[in-house]
Design a protein around this ligand. Sequence first.
Ligand code: TMP
Length: 214
Amino acid sequence: MSRFITFEGLDGSGKSTHLRRVAAQLAARGIPHLVTHEPGGTPLGEALRGLLKGERYGVCDGFVELLLVFASRRQHLRTVIEPALARGETVLCDRFTDSTFAYQGAGRGVPNESIAALDELATGGRRPDRTLLFDLSPEAARERGAGRRRRRGERLDRFDAEQLAFYERVRAGFLALARTEPERFRVLDASGPAGATAALVEAALADLWPGGGE
Ligand code: TMP
């Protein structure tokens, strides 16, 4: 049976690494699946991702960000995610609408009602079947994410340049979402070593596939 599973958290929380690990486990069991991400996942979405993250476009506020991410999301949902689910594949998606409530809502201050209204127009309020939230302090996430990229000499983007206070709000936004939908969310402590978090991930998905905890 197809499932739509999303991986959420701050940049540096380890969500993408664990998503790849889950994909490898599904592949080993012969479970058809699709790995994708937001913003992006389509040619249009990748272009919008560049506009959202780039320093040079002068994105002026959270509303502009909101419009960009939902344009990407609708295209992604209609042309990639829904067709994969219809084919019976499990979709593993790195970020989805929860990121918008956390980043543009809690982080930038766009009212939740505005986000919900656009969400309804763009996706019909589509929600994943399960969402893993990799919870980590902004300090630790920055050290693992932007800090590591800086040391490697990689380019930092507009979100990397935000203050820790912004990420405190984003983290709190994610945790508030998890409290409102406890059936969908699994909040995982991502502060330990990767192996410890991997065990939490397996436990959080164990009921979805037969013998899922193996
Ligand atoms: P990432 O794919 O490296 O995590 O980067 C995506 C960036 O875009 C990240 O900083 C969070 C941001 N973002 C939003 O602000 N709103 C959204 O709805 C999504 C999906 C991502």
